[in-house]
Design a protein around this ligand. Structure first.
Ligand code: DGJ
Length: 560
């Protein structure tokens, strides 16, 4: 050792004995928070929390500090077990999904009261990271499709302590009571443990959103008829609800029946279920403030009847204002869309896209023909879309979903995500800025137009690539879909499948015709458009034709 090195070593020993920076690791933990630079450093390394942002009536889910669109896939109910995940990941990879929705089963997570088993959650986090996808966790807690089948065994064995609802005939129903205070306490504890563990284990923000409960509410009865519920039903409607619904002051002392008439029982149940879930959500968010949502089993949006013909108490379209008032901690209410294609489906998108509610479709039919509705959802400013049952475990929820899940049945969904995936951040940003429009083809509607002010984009379906475009016949099955986004006054991003897109000057009286200044095909890489070729000649003379190829165009327009 050289003399200078020995000197340096001696000096550093002297330095260490004078200052506290060389205290052993164990002793460091005893520092006061103000003295804990190591901890501050760890927090600074964290990625920003995912959050929902609302501006000018539009919404975005921010992930890693930027708008993000969920190209989602929800697995089957019993597919989140480590032993089964090998049958999940190949489907997710094939789909090019960027987010997987997976359940967290209360019965697995808390096998004994107060003892939590994080093993499945840890596996999900690790495997999602390996596969470079985000997760939306579905808390299968007190409610799962209106029942309480995921309550842990230690709860199921004590029905008196954790009661079900009472039907109008006085018999118990297979649906948890929203007035069960011990069950609520237990759910608060279980959900809090989940959020606490995520806060500790997920500095990478692999989990971007959490669904609290699953399709809560009740099938087969409009409300609880237990004596406790009856007493509340006959009591005055809570003040905060009357205020939120702008009800007259004279109604303030009146009970549910007097205020809401024939809607009273349903509104009462919606309020009760929402209040319960509000407590669960608020407790979890106080620990770790991820965006949370509640999903709805929908009623028919065009021909609504009354419960019990649909699930009562969940956030169906008619009770959204009640849920908003009762559950301010819930960031959004989300439609599970298993409706028929066409007007019903589109109406559901309309109803949940609101200035006070970001549209997110956490479940949708995985029937191939329905893949086009990903585009319709984007056209409704959706922050995400997720078909249900997307794994190779062999389960099919037909007739809701496809009869068999194979690469062939997944292909039309994979096409969506292959096309949009590389530019997903751009799409989310453009949508948040109100610059994007997107549509899906409907039977009997072979053309559509998108109004961009000075320009109108026209979309036609079922045409050959070569030849004029009058009277398009529509595709034999309605599989067309397209998105158009304005990048500058006269420049558009266009990406579609099975359709022809063109532009015209909106002001037809101007006598001006459009000309393509430049039509570039390219790809987005890290937010920048990289052209690979220019389309011209046959490729533009009849309009811009999209087939099953994932092609993205940047179109610059002029007039003559
Ligand atoms: C809606 C539920 O939310 C899902 O968990 C699942 O049960 C589907 N219905 C049916 O497959």
């Amino acid at each position: 050792m050289k003399v200078s090195s020995v000197l340096r070593l001696l000096l550093s020993i002297l330095f260490c004995s004078l200052f506290t920076t060389c205290i052993p690791a164990g002793a460091q933990q005893a520092q006061s928070p103000a003295q804990a630079p190591a901890q501050t450093k760890a927090v600074a390394k964290d990625r920003p929390l995912p959050r929902l942002v609302q501006e000018s009536g539009r919404h975005a889910l921010f992930v890693d500090g930027a708008p993000f669109v969920i190209l989602g896939a929800q697995v089957n109910n019993s597919s989140a077990w480590p032993a089964v995940l090998p049958k999940v990941w190949p489907a997710i990879e094939y789909l090019h999904a960027n987010t997987v929705e997976v359940p967290i089963y209360w019965e697995q997570f808390e096998p004994e009261q107060g003892r939590f088993d994080y093993s499945v959650l840890d596996t999900l986090l690790a495997q999602a990271r390996e596969h470079h996808v985000r997760l939306v966790l579905l808390w299968f807690g007190t409610w799962k499709n209106g029942s309480s089948h995921y309550m842990p065994g230690w709860m199921k064995r004590l029905p008196e302590r954790y009661p079900r609802m009472t039907g109008a005939n006085g018999r118990p129903l297979d649906s948890p009571s929203p007035y069960a205070s011990e069950a609520l306490k237990a759910d608060v504890q279980g959900f809090s443990a989940l959020m606490r563990q995520l806060k500790t284990a997920d500095h990478e923000r692999t989990v971007i959103m959490v669904q609290v409960e699953n399709e809560p509410g009740t099938w087969g009865s409009v409300r609880d008829y237990s004596p406790a519920a009856q007493k509340l039903f006959e009591s005055p409607v809570p003040r905060e609800l009357l205020t939120a619904l702008h009800k007259e002051t004279s109604t303030r002392a009146a009970n549910w029946q007097a205020v809401f008439g024939e809607d009273a029982e349903e509104f009462f149940h919606a309020w009760s279920v929402a209040r319960y879930i509000e407590e669960v959500a608020a407790a979890g968010k106080a620990i770790y403030a991820l965006p949370v949502y509640v999903n709805a089993a929908l009623r028919n949006p065009l021909h609504p009847s009354r419960p019990p013909s649909y699930e009562s108490g969940g956030p169906t379209d008619n009770v959204i204002p009640i849920w908003k008032a009762a559950a301010p901690s819930i960031d959004l209410l989300a439609p599970d869309i298993y409706l028929d294609e066409g007007a019903e489906y589109l109406k559901a998108l309309d109803l949940y896209q609101r200035p006070d509610n970001a549209l997110f479709v956490p479940e949708a039919r995985n029937v191939p023909a329905y893949s086009r509705y990903f585009f319709a959802a984007l056209g409704h400013q959706a922050i995400g879309f997720s078909p249900f049952g997307m794994d190779y475990t062999g389960y099919s929820n037909s007739p809701l979903g496809a009869t068999k899940i194979t690469e062939e049945s997944l292909a039309p969904f994979a096409l969506n995500y292959t096309l949009v995936g590389p530019m997903a951040g751009e799409i989310a940003r453009l949508n948040f800025e109100g610059k994007l429009q997107a549509v899906a083809e409907e039977k009997g509607q072979p053309s559509q137009s998108l109004d961009f002010g000075s320009w109108t984009a026209t979309v036609a379906y079922g045409l050959r690539q070569f030849g004029p475009g009058e009277n398009p016949p529509g595709n034999p099955e309605p599989i067309g879909r397209v998105l158009v986004a304005r990048l500058a006054d006269d420049q558009f991003l266009v990406a579609g499948l099975f359709c022809r897109v063109d532009f015209r000057v909106s002001d037809s009286a101007s006598g001006k015709q459009r000309q393509f200044l430049r039509v570039e095909e390219g790809t987005y890489e890290n937010g920048t458009f990289r052209p690979i070729r220019i389309w011209n000649g046959d490729q533009t003379d009849w309009g811009l034709n999209f087939t099953s190829a994932a092609q993205v165009l940047r179109v610059s327009l002029g007039t003559y």
